[in-house]
Write a protein that binds this ligand. Sequence first.
Ligand SMILES: Cc1ncc(COP(=O)(O)O)c(C=O)c1O
Length: 386
Amino acid sequence: MGAIRKEIEDLELSGISKVALGALGDPEVIPLWFGESDIVTPAFIRDAAKAALDSGQTFYSYSRGTPALRAGLKTYLDRLYGIDLHPDRITVAGSTMLSVVVAAECLLDRDDEIVLLGPYWPNIRVAARLMGARSVDVRLRAGERRWELDLGEVARAITPRTKAVYVNTPSNPTGWIMSAEEGSALLDLCRHNGLGLIADEVYHRNVFHGRDPAPSFLELAGPEEPVFVLNGFSKAWAMTGWRLGWMVAPQHLVEPMAVLAECNNTGATVFAQAGGLAALEQGEEFVRSFVARTRINRDLVMELIGSHPKVTLPEPEGAFYAFPRIEGLTDSLAFAREVLQRCKVGIAAGYTFGAGNEGHVRLCFAIRTERLRLALERLRGLLDEL
Ligand SMILES: Cc1ncc(COP(=O)(O)O)c(C=O)c1O
């Protein structure tokens, strides 16, 4: 007792894992709890990784990523956003999650504050907590048609202790996509207050409304601003199990980024990076077909759940989650457990996505449409009984 940091002793499972852990692998359960589809990574990506493995790529490599993948990322990002990114700014990480931790390591000290634009994916709150920092929630409001950001509320949440703002767009769990104008205004607010910005853009290609890719802070921020743009391969190319991501950091941090990469996991898995390069170079058709499928699924969620009289649900604009509010719901964890038990459908409890979300649940709609339909019909049946 006493030797372990309090932040560690206090760690609790998220409201996703608390529901899921007891029933993982149960074939009867239709899983809508985690952020992934049931599609195996496309063959051309697997083949590229296999070829790298078979050619002997089993050694330590550059901790910031193989030169081939870093060059591939520059080409991809330049083409996608019409920019000319300095290669020094790109670091390959062993997951988007790891790049979230690195960004927190770069920006947050003990007793600092970070403003989290919510509803948000809970791991950012934990990453901040691990630094000994405090998170302050600013929740978007569910409007009639979309989730709405009130920049005035963000400004009011800033204190002398605030060091950074976190935004995830397209958003897990709401599907909200920040417009270029909203992004620009948020960046100005950060500049004005001397704050860092963590922009989690891992769903940049999962877009139903507006431009693909979603607007990015790579198009807005200068190369030396304290803006960390995080991304990864998990969500656009069905590569959640690969553990491969990247981040774009301020240019002068070349050396610290190399040291952080070395201390965190000494670089991402080398042969996985060959798969990542194939995804960037040959993955456009897959990205389009995956988004087309999730768009159909999004429409199905709106039809079967969004239309329910007890439900409020702004239509998701991107990512692959719906975050309905259920009338009268006061204990989202108990409800998610009830749904698991009675419907054999796995969903995530809303409370875990930040303050003010106890009346919500999150559904991931990336699985096969027919299986999703079955899950939604069961859930709708339960809503009828409430
Ligand atoms: C907003 C957000 N950021 C980061 C991640 C982590 O992605 P990765 O699997 O690449 O670590 C997730 C995964 O669900 C996410 O929803």
